[in-house]
Design a protein around this ligand. Sequence first.
Ligand SMILES: Cc1ncc(COP(=O)(O)O)c(C=O)c1O
Length: 417
Amino acid sequence: MVHGARLLLPVALIYPNKVNNKSQQPRLDRLGAYPFERLKALFAGSHGNTELDHIDAGAGEPRLPLPAFVAPTLQQQLAGFSKYPSTIGGMELRTAIAAWLVRRYGLSDVNPSTQVLSANGTREALFAIAHALVNPDAEKLSGRKAYVMMPNPMYQIYLGAAYTAGAEPYLLACNHQTGFAPDLSNVPDEVWADTALVYVCSPSNPTGWIADEAYYAELLALADKHDFYVVSDECYSEIYWADKPAGLMQVAENLGREGFSRCLVMNSLSKRSALPGMRSGLIAGDAELIKRFSKLRSYTGPATPLPLQHVAAAAWSDEPHVQAHLEVYRQSLEAFFDVYGGDIPAGSFFVWLPVSNDEAFSLAAYQQQNVTILPGSYLGAEDAQGINPGSGYVRAALVDGPDAAAELARRLKQVRV
Ligand SMILES: Cc1ncc(COP(=O)(O)O)c(C=O)c1O
């Protein structure tokens, strides 16, 4: 039958891997392989120089000693593993998070009941939020897709979130010319009009750029004008070189915005407390958005186990361990740039280095110097002009202390492509 043939043919053409038009999720096909999968493929069949110890500067995984309170708190709370935790997080944790936000950003008040949620690491929350705040049927209703705007290069989760939520990513190039800021000034009005959500990341992974108060204020003015939400990924807020980074909630309050309207902030214990394996973070801001997100989360169920909630509450309540970590990161950055030369980034523990060809440099660094670093293009995406602003850079994570950072710099200086 012609009708049947017409039904089958387009599906096979558009999604060649699909067996029919009802199974499998075609939005997933828009996602490329995750950066570390691509790195594995790049290194496949190659060998690191075995005369040298391996330095893994690929992943942004802090490798500092466990803060002292972790083991005893966990030990005392083990019985909690025999209970289901609530997805929003217990009151003790949400109160500790609210108190931290108030202290850290000088806020007058954060309501732990309505303005805070627990996250199982911010990765899942950054991904899921687009599914709560973007209309996947925008195109059906208006003929135009909703945009999810993000820096480019970026933490790739934003891209995955946009695609799977049925949105169109709109990429804000962060390059040398913009001072690595996602440039808001060149976005056409019709794009702003269709924008549902903007991700901002400060301090930035991978560039180390930090948003100042004026940047957040400009973004919030645009959000009001064009009716969109701002999700601020502040995971590296406690890792900075000179000036303590401002945060979205702080700027919102300083601007006199009621109840952090349109704002959601995510932050993590992975970086601040060097607890990436604990998978614990915070979501905070506009109570309406929290309520909506909470509804989605009550179905997807990313609940933080109770004993870990207690450790998390202790971590948000303790600053000395964070200061000790910051000192190590600062010394590591200094040690790296003393050897390598160049400017220390404003924030995060990443260095973002210009190279002639990022894939070739990363592979050569592995083969010649037994060093793992990431090609910058894996952290970016091609824009409409076919430009990937991550190309021509490599990212290295300084997560093993100052001596390893200096050794990394020495080795990277010797790489020949
Ligand atoms: C910019 C950024 N946001 C979020 C995360 C997620 O961290 P986690 O899920 O451990 O909180 C990372 C981790 O590397 C990151 O670099």
